[in-house]
Design a protein around this ligand. Structure first.
Ligand code: GLU
Length: 506
């Protein structure tokens, strides 16, 4: 028999900006789908109206567009299994809730929040289950006509799953292996709320995975505790034969390795935990994003791919196609992955220097503009070529090159103390004459040779001449090769800077 086509889904709830852990989950789903010639679906799980946040869905779609992760089906794409927004599937779920009710795998419950609270007060660790359900207000304890009356009167009931006691449930997880638990520890979870006319996550998730032909459920470890209930629901629906395989991904841990990564860690250590900048519609608060912080999408993908998975070879830089080729769930680790954000910065550096000088220059243009400068692309490309190796982010280009655009008016104290010698003014005054005699500043090597020969003929200290010269041009003892610097500045500006420094530095 031909193998079933792989179909996986990313199923976020639009409750706010997508956390970077969710991005990794989707990436692994994508890599798995593409590796196996399958499809990736985007399903929006918006059944919890209390937690719905406007803008979150668009944010999710834009994030994956930026990262180069394409969905084959789902919200924003379409397909034959829609609608893909759960809030638009009300009628579908009702039918399946009824199926469970009719088969005796679910029941109506009318307990008010106050009644449930009283039970919790009475019994520590109270849960609604086979031991307690007969003391509740539900269709197992009320006469049938009373149940009917309440429903018809519009009472706000819920439907609970009736967990059969003493059943062993086996969860065969592709990452964690086989886990067997007994149904006695599960509670009768709410599957449907009449108040919203919507199912809860558990029911909607199972029904949709089934109807959408999902073959593998790859999701975060936080959903592992729900897996036994999901296995049971497949059984109660009679879908056990086509149940998807589960793979629960390891947690992303704090950079220090202790505990779960949170937004606070990002704020504390200065890295984003969201793919794109997020403007909270309620509070107006802004959270930083990888995109706006100057990360290259390829770098983010590469970094995330290796957080919890390894290809088993001695290589760190992978294109998306290489990742797809190498990906396998077998190599996903069981233990949490430390969120080494510094490694993320390293990846960004690597991806930036892989780009051509001109591409990086184009990234520099808007930054420069914000600083109030414009520069033709050829010249900017040249400037970028001098400093590209030193940057982690496009914005670092400004720190590395600002002196090209703004002549120094002050000179770094430390550099002066160390590098400015008594004979510096005399040497520089004479050097200016040598520079005036140079015909073309773009002859970088030739000019360097002329100046070196001159220094040697004078018997001056080469370090003193060059370092003092550099300070007059840059304002400090830093920057790229000096003969490249003067090539960019040109003769007139170079001489003006030396002259100005000689009047200012005492
Ligand atoms: N809506 C759930 C979430 O927000 C989906 C979990 C799952 O993949 O089953 O993560």
């Amino acid at each position: 028999m031909a193998e079933k086509k792989v179909r996986v889904r990313f199923a976020p709830s639009p409750t706010g900006p997508l956390h970077i852990g969710g991005v990794r989950t989707c990436l692994y789903n994508y890599l798995f789908a593409k590796k196996n010639g399958g499809d990736l679906l985007l399903r929006i799980e918006d059944t919890d109206s209390q937690r719905f946040v406007p803008g979150a869905e668009d944010y999710i779609i834009e994030s994956f567009k930026w990262l180069g992760i394409k969905f084959d089906e789902g919200v924003g794409v379409g397909g034959d299994n829609g609608p893909y927004r759960q809030s638009e599937r009300r009628e579908i779920y009702k039918k399946y809730v009824q199926q469970l009710l009719d088969a005796g795998y679910a029941y109506y419950a009318f307990d008010t929040p106050a009644e449930l609270e009283a039970k919790r007060q009475e019994t520590p660790n109270f849960q609604y289950d086979s031991h307690t359900r007969m003391s509740g207000v539900n269709s197992l304890t009320l006469p049938a006509d009373e149940v009917k009356r309440r429903i018809e009167a519009g009472e706000k009931y819920v439907v609970r799953v009736k967990i059969q006691p003493d059943e062993d449930i086996e969860v065969d997880d592709m990452v964690r292996g086989k886990v067997v638990i007994n149904s006695n520890i599960l509670d009768d979870k709410v599957l449907y709320k009449a108040a919203d006319e919507l199912p809860t996550y558990h029911l909607a998730n199972i029904v949709d995975d089934h109807l959408m032909g999902i073959t593998h459920v790859i999701r975060g470890e936080e959903w592992l505790p729900s897996a036994p209930l999901h296995v049971l629901l497949y059984r109660y629906f009679g879908w056990a034969d086509t149940m998807p395989r589960f793979a629960h991904l390891p947690l992303l841990l704090k950079p220090e390795g202790n505990g779960k990564l949170s937004k606070r860690d990002g704020d504390r250590l200065g890295f984003p935990v969201f793919p794109l900048e997020w403007h909270d519609p309620a509070s107006g608060a802004i959270s930083s994003g990888y995109r706006e912080s100057g990360y290259q999408p390829e770098a983010v993908v590469n970094f995330l791919a290796l957080l919890g998975w390894n290809p088993g070879i001695d290589q760190e830089l992978f294109s998306m196609d290489e990742l797809i080729n190498l990906f396998s769930i077998d190599r996903v680790s069981k233990s949490g992955a430390r969120f080494n954000y510094e490694k993320g910065i390293w990846f960004n550096h690597e991806y930036l220097i892989k780009k051509s000088d001109e591409e990086v220059a184009k990234l520099f243009v808007p930054i420069l503009k914000e600083k109030g400068f414009e520069c033709d692309l050829a010249k900017l490309t040249y400037i970028v070529s001098l400093v590209k190796e030193r940057i982690n982010f496009p914005k670092d280009l400004w720190d590395q090159t600002s002196f090209f655009f703004v002549a120094p008016t002050e000179y770094d104290e430390k550099s002066l103390k160390k590098r400015w010698k008594e004979e510096s003014p005399k040497c520089l005054t004479e050097l200016m004459e040598v520079l005036k005699g140079l015909s073309d500043f773009s002859k970088v090597e030739e000019n360097e040779q002329i100046v070196l020969d001159w220094v040697a003929s004078k018997g001056y200290n080469l370090g003193t001449v060059m370092n003092s010269f550099r300070i007059t041009l840059v304002g400090a003892a830093k920057g790229p090769h000096i003969f490249n610097i003067i090539d960019v500045l040109g003769k007139e500006e170079t001489l003006a800077r030396v002259e100005r420094a000689l009047t200012v530095i005492k």
